[in-house]
Design a protein around this ligand. Structure first.
Ligand SMILES: C[S@@+](CC[C@H](N)C(=O)[O-])C[C@H]1O[C@@H](n2cnc3c(N)ncnc32)[C@H](O)[C@@H]1O
Length: 213
């Protein structure tokens, strides 16, 4: 089944929903302080692109309305259940981040984690994020990125890129996403790079930041 540009794969979609459901708490512990920083003081309505099974719900105050743009149907059941447990009002849209269908200038905040690595064209998604943000609105992101050239991690990212992309439904561990966000036309971009020490080595080089529309 295809939803716009996203092809839902029954087997891998279910695998990824289970993977992020089971490993979500571990991933969250690794990135929590970065998420706490960039997701601080979110407004009462938030748009999330690629919400998955709800990794970022814990950063929303109960009563928040979350407009979740998530084309991967196998994620939807877990996402809805987690939103219910956290007291978040879920407005789930089975759409792609390239074409959210939301009105221009309508969002105060857009959040994402581990999504720009997976979308077909991050530039197209960033243009859509800018379109839907009101002037002064924020895009808060946490992403894994390419390691510096010549490092062992970079070599591993290159060697594993095909099985990694196959397993994680198109995910690339070779993107310079800080440069892409900086080049996307936001009025200001604050971004920090950091390194995790997880067993998922290609995923350990990360960035977190806030871009202002
Ligand atoms: C690696 S998972 C991350 C999920 C969640 N944000 C997290 O941090 O656990 C990538 C997510 O992006 C979604 N995704 C992939 N392509 C997308 C697109 N074009 N538009 C919106 N979401 C997309 C996938 O379905 C998946 O839920």
């Amino acid at each position: 089944m295809t939803v716009s540009t996203f092809e839902v794969h029954r087997g891998r979609g279910a695998f990824n929903a289970a993977f992020f459901g089971v490993l979500g708490p571990y991933i969250d512990r690794s990135v929590r302080r970065h998420k706490q920083r960039v997701y601080a003081d979110l407004p009462s309505t938030v748009v999330e692109i690629g919400a998955g099974v709800g990794a970022n719900l814990r950063y929303l105050a109960p009563g928040t309305t979350l407009i979740a743009i998530e084309p991967n149907r196998p994620m939807h059941g877990r996402l809805a259940a987690a939103a219910g447990r956290r007291g978040v009002r879920l407005d789930l849209r089975e759409r792609v981040a390239e074409r959210t269908g939301l009105p221009g200038g309508s969002a105060d905040a857009v959040i994402s984690s581990l999504v720009l690595c997976t979308v077909a064209d991050p530039g197209e998604v960033l243009a859509e994020v800018r379109r839907i943000l009101r002037p002064g609105g924020t895009f808060r992101f946490v992403e894994h990125v390419a390691a510096p050239d010549g490092t062992l991690t970079r070599g591993l990212q290159r060697a594993l890129r095909r099985p990694w992309a196959w397993t994680f439904e198109g995910c690339s561990c070779e993107r310079d996403l800080a440069a892409q966000v900086r080049g996307a036309g936001f009025s200001r971009v604050d971004v920090r790079a950091y390194r995790l020490h997880s067993p998922f080595v290609p995923f350990n080089t990360q960035i977190a930041g806030i871009a202002y529309a």
